[in-house]
Ligand binder design. Structure first.
Ligand SMILES: Cc1ncc(COP(=O)(O)O)c(C=O)c1O
Length: 375
């Protein structure tokens, strides 16, 4: 057996997980503000920190005043479920699905809410023909398929004169791609992806048409308290000012404030997008130099620049498991095995909190693992 020489330099921060993702460069627990901890989240300090997190998200994401931003329980899943359960049922529904998370929302809408939605799907690595979507329906989609590395190319396919609402699960997309807010009635995400924040809380962004739906439509099913956006027949406006439905983690809130301030320090949205694009380009170079690596999403126009999914020639699930474990043991790369439901392969996060030099340093380690294991 040939012994393959180990590369000399390791990525300085070998954090390539697709969620929770790498913390922002320079992050340290001791740098977080702590004055709001151990206090009521409804005290002046707590409310002002929650309000600041909302204001910073609005500023960095360039969300117009027409849209409301709320911090809700249950991470992105909580925000998506809250949207589906409170607003669907008023008109026919089309679900778009091209990987595990989108498929999960199909299950919820058809099996739990029993809405018999139309399903437009595509295999892992592809997206369906977006030209076939009927915007008389409510349309639920995932902007960036985190488990397949395929994403919508833009919002151009969304009709301006739509009758239905658009529901955009943008967890691994916001802070990495431009969001056409006028076309997005409901957008959800969690802080644990491009921002490198923590799980636990979701964010829901509602446009005027979503608010109109909430005010005019009463779901045919009961709603648990943590889904309720209406109070006494009116929109619960406090939620959009930091009066959360139940107790939030103020530590997670302080952490996201740190991340958003870091985002501003690197140039805001365009700075974040530039960092992510540079990472994806560096990874693309690694892939194109190696015949044994390929992109699961073949079409570059719909290939993710955050959760980049790679094929490995001849690899099965066990090979990938060994590959990822070897690099983890070496401290060269953490959490790069593809998602459990996706075809066996690697998934390397290229969001803004990853440094391009670390993606570049990963290349020789991928070679080393490949050479070591294929023997
Ligand atoms: C597209 C998408 N939707 C939903 C989720 C679930 O997010 P959370 O665990 O924050 O609820 C994820 C998590 O990876 C995701 O990538």
């Amino acid at each position: 057996m040939t012994v393959v020489a180990k590369p000399q330099a390791r990525p300085a921060r070998p954090f390539f997980s697709s969620g929770p993702c790498a913390k922002p460069p320079g992050w340290e627990l001791s740098k977080l503000a702590t004055e709001s901890l151990g206090r009521s989240h409804r005290a002046k300090i707590g409310k002002s920190r929650l309000g600041l997190a909302i204001d910073l998200m609005r500023e960095v994401l360039q969300v117009p005043d027409t849209h409301r931003i709320g911090i809700v329980p249950g991470s992105d899943t909580g925000a998506v479920e809250m949207a589906l359960w409170t607003m669907l049922g008023a008109r026919p529904v089309t679900m778009l699905a091209w990987e595990s998370f989108g498929e999960g929302w199909v299950t919820d809408v058809n099996k739990q809410l029993k809405l018999d939605a139309s399903i437009i799907s595509a295999p892992y690595g592809e997206i369906p023909d977006l030209g076939t979507v009927d915007f008389a329906h409510d349309v639920v989609f995932t902007w960036n398929g985190t488990t397949s590395g395929a994403r919508v190319p833009s919002g151009d396919w969304i009709a301006d004169d739509r009758e239905g609402l658009t529901f955009n699960d943008a967890t691994s997309a916001v802070f990495a791609y431009d969001m056409p807010w006028d076309k997005l009635d409901v957008t959800t995400f969690s802080w644990q992806k491009v921002l490198g924040g923590e799980g636990a809380h979701g964010v829901i962004i509602l446009g005027p048409r979503a608010i109109a739906r909430l005010e005019s439509h009463t779901p045919a099913w009961p709603l648990p308290k943590i889904f309720r956006l209406m109070s006494k027949g009116k929109l619960a406006e406090g939620i959009f000012k930091g009066e959360t439905i139940n107790t939030p983690s103020m530590l997670a809130v302080e952490d996201v404030i740190f991340a958003l301030e870091w985002a501003k320090s690197v140039g805001g949205l365009s700075g974040l997008m530039a960092r992510s694009n540079a990472n994806a380009t560096a990874l693309e170079r690694i892939v194109s130099d190696r015949p044994w690596l390929g992109h699961l999403a073949k079409n570059k126009a719909t290939r993710s620049t955050t959760s980049v999914c790679l094929t490995v020639a001849g690899a099965d699930a066990d090979f990938i498991k060994g590959f990822a474990a070897l690099l983890e043991t070496e401290g060269a790369a953490y959490d790069i095995a593809g998602y459990r439901d996706a075809p066996p392969g690697l998934r390397i996060w290229c969001g803004a909190t990853v440094d391009t030099a670390d993606i570049e340093a990963l290349g020789p380690w991928l070679d080393w693992a490949w050479e070591s294991l294929k023997q």
